[in-house]
Design a protein around this ligand. Structure first.
Ligand SMILES: [Zn+2]
Length: 293
């Protein structure tokens, strides 16, 4: 009886350690592109109590974590175009000084024509990505001004990086997906993969069946990976990501709110294969941004 029990226990131990070592063996150790980093440009940009986010703070955490390139993001305020231009110029100048940085500029949709003119201006300066944050910039994604931004992004072949978690607008993910589907020439990155609302993204699985759908929606797994990567939601999250297509998902740390190491661990915890991790950490971003891997 005791022998039998020992055997069972041993079997469980062996199976357990086997499963564990398998997860560890598949961890990707190569180059990383971080698609979600907030740069301190001016007062009010210090997002975290735990760490600062000047360019030197950002560059200090990159080598240890294998991060080869990182986006630097700013967020425009409404009704202050001088400030918006100053922010965008600061992002562009920093990216020119540090070639490992990818500039992400911003406009406020409710600035109307001025916002479109600013998109044109930064596009001509080589910027590919515009950040929009419905929650902190306080706009509704279904507003016509937002559609005008998406039309402009399509015309300029730009990418719109949208925060995709609203604590108050339960329909926001639907609005974002419709915005992307009706603006097929623009490309979209939904930051945080919807966070706790991620199952709603499965509507994309339905859209993929239509011939007109351009598969122009990408995601970064910032915040969602460290928060849900090792949670009871993990299986559902990984299943959802695979259903939509691992090729659309990219790593993001959301520095300084999260330390890159904990965001990287969050992705490892999700249990993707080595091939899938390589796509998420590196090659998907290369494909989206036209970087030679
Ligand atoms: Zn963020």
């Amino acid at each position: 009886m005791v022998k039998k029990l020992t055997e069972i226990l041993l079997t469980i131990l062996i199976l357990g350690s086997h499963a564990n070592s398998q997860t560890h063996r598949t961890d990707y150790k190569g180059k990383i592109i971080d698609m979600h980093v907030h740069l301190f440009v001016e007062e009010g940009d210090k997002l975290s109590a735990a760490r600062n986010n000047t360019i030197s703070d950002i560059m200090a955490v990159m080598p240890n974590n294998g991060i080869e390139k990182a986006t630097i993001i700013t967020i425009a305020q409404k009704g202050n175009m001088a400030d918006t231009r100053m922010r965008n110029d600061s992002i562009i100048a920093t990216a020119r000084r540090h070639p490992s940085m990818i500039p992400v500029c911003s406009v406020h949709p409710m600035d109307g024509v001025d916002a479109l003119t600013e998109m044109q201006r930064v596009h001509e300066l080589g910027v590919q990505i515009i950040k929009l944050h419905p929650n902190s910039q306080r706009f509704d994604v279904s507003a016509p001004e937002v559609d005008a931004i998406a039309k402009k992004a399509g015309e300029l072949k730009m990418i719109l990086l949208f925060d995709s978690y609203s604590p108050t607008d339960a329909g926001e993910i639907g609005k974002l997906v419709i915005l992307a589907a009706t603006n097929p020439a623009a490309r979209f990155i939904l930051a945080h993969t919807g966070l706790v609302n991620f199952p709603q993204l499965l509507m994309i699985e339905g859209l993929k069946k239509y011939p007109w759908f351009q598969n122009n929606i990408w995601f970064d797994v910032s915040a969602i990976a460290p928060i849900l990567g090792d949670s009871p939601f993990r299986e559902q999250l990984v299943w959802t990501i695979r259903k939509i297509g691992v090729g659309q998902f990219m790593f993001g740390s959301d520095f300084p709110l999260f330390d890159p190491a904990e965001s990287i661990k969050g992705v490892h915890d999700m249990g993707f294969t080595l091939e899938e991790e390589k796509k998420i950490f590196y090659t998907n971003a290369c494909r989206l941004l036209g970087i030679k891997p």
